[in-house]
Design a protein around this ligand. Structure first.
Ligand code: HAM
Length: 448
C-alpha cells in the first residue's frame, strides 16, 4: 500500500474558542483559594449548593431576563437541537435556572430556601480584560423572603466573602427599582423626557425609547450624558411601601457599619428586578468594573409558572475577583508535593508503586516517577516537582526490603533536616511512612 503520510501537510493547530479561557495548573491554587473561601462563607451563612445544567430551554431566558435586553437580543449562545428541534441556550446567568429548578422540584414547599451555585456562564460579548464569552459566576439566591432583612443578608454575605479573601476597595452601590406600577409611572415620565430630547439620542436609545427606556439610562455613550443626567429619577416615584423597604435596608447596612452609596442610575441589565438592586464595584487593572451584581426579583417565580414567592440574590464575576486577588497580593503559592518516588525501572516498579500507595495512605502527596530513565534525570524531575523528599528504591535496596529517604528541601510543613538538606537515610520499606512523618515532625531522625 502506498504511504502518502509524508506528503500530507501537518494538520492545522487548533485553538480554543475566542473569549473562552483555559485555567492552567499554575492558576489553580488561586481558583481553589477563592472556591474554598466561597464554600466556607456560604456554609457560615446557611446557604446550600444547587447545581443546575449549563443548557436550558431558550424560552426560560427570554421570559426571565427579558426580550429587550442586551443579553437576550445579542449575547446568547442559542441553537436548535437537530435531534429533536428543541431551542436551547448555554446559560448566560443562573438565576433563571435556579428558579426553574426550585419550581420544578417544589423546593419552597416547606418554607424559604437559601441556595448558592458556582459555574461557567456564556455571553457573546466583545472579549476584553474582565469580559469573556465563557466566564464564571458564584451566586446566592434567598428564595421566599419578602423583607429587607434578606436583602441585607445577601449584601453582608458578599462583604464577608471580600473580608475572608482579604480584599479591599470594593464599594457597594444600591438603588431601588420600586414596584411595577411605580416603574410604569416613571417610565411614562422618562419617555416624555426622552421624546422631548429625541435629537440627542443615539440610534440604540431611539430604538429603546418605547420598548425599554430604563435601559437608556445605562448607556455608555458619553454624548448622551446630559440627557441622561437630566432624566427623571425612579427614586422620586417610589410609593410608601417601596420607600420603607429601601430605608430599612439602608438602616440595616448602617447598623452593620457597611458603607454604601445610593446610585439612582443603577438599573441593572436584566428585567426581573424590583425594589432593591445593588452592585459591588472595584478598580480592576485600572478600569472600574462591577465584580458583583444582584437585587430583589419578587415577580420572577410567578413569571416562570411557580406559586408567587419573593426572592433576592446576587452573582459574582469570578474572573474579576481573581484579578483583584492577584493585584492585591493574595495569590497563594503552588501547593507542594511531599514525596517524589525515584526507582530503578521494571525490577523495582512494583515495590515502588506499593511504597507510593502506603505513603499516600499515611496522608502524604506522592508522585511516583513514570517512564524510567537514569537516577540523575529522575532527580531532576523530583526537584522540579517541588517535593520535600525523594524516596529512592534501587535494586539492591528493594532486595534488602529497604528504601532511602533523601531531603530535597525544607518543606511547606516547616520541616528542617537536622544536618543539612542533602541528608539521606535508609529505612525498612514498611517503616517509610512513619520515618517520613517523624522527619517532618522534626522530633526524630529517619533510621540510619
Ligand atoms: P449580572 O450583572 O449580569 O447579574 O452578572 C453578575 C456579574 O457577572 C457581573 O457583575 C460581572 O462581574 C460578571 N460578568 C457578567 N458578564 C461577564 C462577562 N462577559 N465576563 C466576565 N464577567 C462577567 C446576573 O447574572 C444575575 N443573575 C445576578 C443575580 C443573582 N441577581 C439576582 N440573583
Amino acid at each position: 500500500m502506498h504511504d502518502d503520510s509524508r506528503e500530507r501537510s501537518a494538520p492545522a493547530r487548533l485553538s480554543g474558542v475566542r473569549g473562552m479561557n483555559d485555567v492552567l495548573p499554575d492558576e489553580d491554587p488561586l481558583w481553589r483559594a477563592f472556591e474554598e473561601a466561597v464554600a466556607d462563607t456560604m456554609r457560615a451563612c446557611g446557604y446550600r449548593q444547587i447545581r443546575t445544567p449549563i443548557l436550558e430551554q431558550t424560552r426560560l431566558f427570554v421570559r426571565s431576563i427579558g426580550e429587550v435586553t442586551d443579553i437576550v437580543e445579542k449575547e446568547m449562545y442559542s441553537f436548535t437541537d437537530v435531534l429533536n428541534g428543541e431551542d436551547l441556550t448555554l446559560r448566560p446567568e443562573n438565576t433563571a435556572g435556579v428558579v426553574r429548578a426550585v419550581i420544578e422540584h417544589n423546593l419552597l414547599y416547606d418554607g424559604p430556601k437559601r441556595l448558592w451555585y458556582a459555574g461557567p456562564m456564556f455571553r457573546h460579548e466583545r472579549p476584553q480584560k474582565g469580559r469573556y464569552r465563557q466566564f464564571h459566576q458564584v451566586g446566592a439566591e434567598a428564595l421566599g423572603f419578602p423583607g429587607p432583612d434578606a436583602d441585607a443578608e445577601v449584601i453582608l454575605l458578599c462583604q464577608r466573602l471580600w473580608d475572608q479573601l482579604g480584599l479591599a476597595g470594593i464599594s457597594l452601590e444600591i438603588n431601588s427599582l420600586g414596584s411595577a406600577p411605580e416603574r410604569q409611572t416613571h417610565r411614562a415620565a422618562l419617555i416624555e423626557h426622552f421624546e422631548s430630547h429625541r435629537s440627542e439620542l443615539d440610534t440604540d436609545a431611539q430604538r429603546r425609547l418605547r420598548s425599554n427606556p430604563l435601559r437608556i439610562l445605562d448607556t455608555k455613550n458619553p454624548e448622551m450624558a446630559g440627557v441622561v443626567e437630566s432624566a427623571p429619577q425612579l427614586i422620586d416615584f417610589l410609593g410608601d411601601e417601596s420607600r420603607a423597604h429601601f430605608e430599612r435596608l439602608q438602616a440595616l447596612l448602617k447598623a452593620q457599619n457597611l458603607p454604601f452609596r445610593i446610585n439612582p442610575r443603577l438599573v441593572r441589565g436584566l428585567d426581573y428586578y424590583n425594589l432593591t438592586v445593588f452592585e459591588w464595584v472595584a478598580k480592576v487593572s485600572g478600569s472600574t468594573l462591577t465584580v458583583c451584581g444582584g437585587g430583589r426579583y419578587d415577580p420572577l417565580i410567578e413569571m416562570l409558572g411557580g406559586k408567587p414567592a419573593p426572592a433576592c440574590g446576587f452573582a459574582i464575576g469570578v474572573e474579576r475577583v481573581l484579578e483583584l486577588m492577584r493585584t492585591q497580593g493574595g495569590e497563594p503559592t503552588q501547593a507542594q508535593c511531599d514525596v517524589y518516588v525515584v526507582h530503578h525501572g521494571e525490577a523495582t516498579l512494583e515495590a515502588a508503586m506499593q511504597a507510593a500507595e502506603r505513603v499516600r495512605d499515611a496522608g502524604f502527596d506522592v508522585i511516583l516517577h513514570c517512564g524510567g530513565g537514569s537516577f540523575k534525570s529522575q532527580f531532576r524531575r523530583a526537584d522540579a516537582s517541588g517535593a520535600q523528599f525523594a524516596l529512592i528504591l534501587g535494586t539492591d535496596e528493594v532486595a534488602r526490603g529497604e528504601a532511602s529517604i533523601k531531603w530535597l528541601r525544607a518543606g511547606s510543613r516547616d520541616a528542617k533536616p537536622a544536618s543539612g538538606e542533602s541528608r539521606q537515610s535508609t529505612v525498612a520499606l514498611e517503616r517509610v511512612a512513619q520515618a517520613l512523618a517523624d522527619a517532618i515532625a522534626g522530633d526524630a531522625q529517619p533510621d540510619s
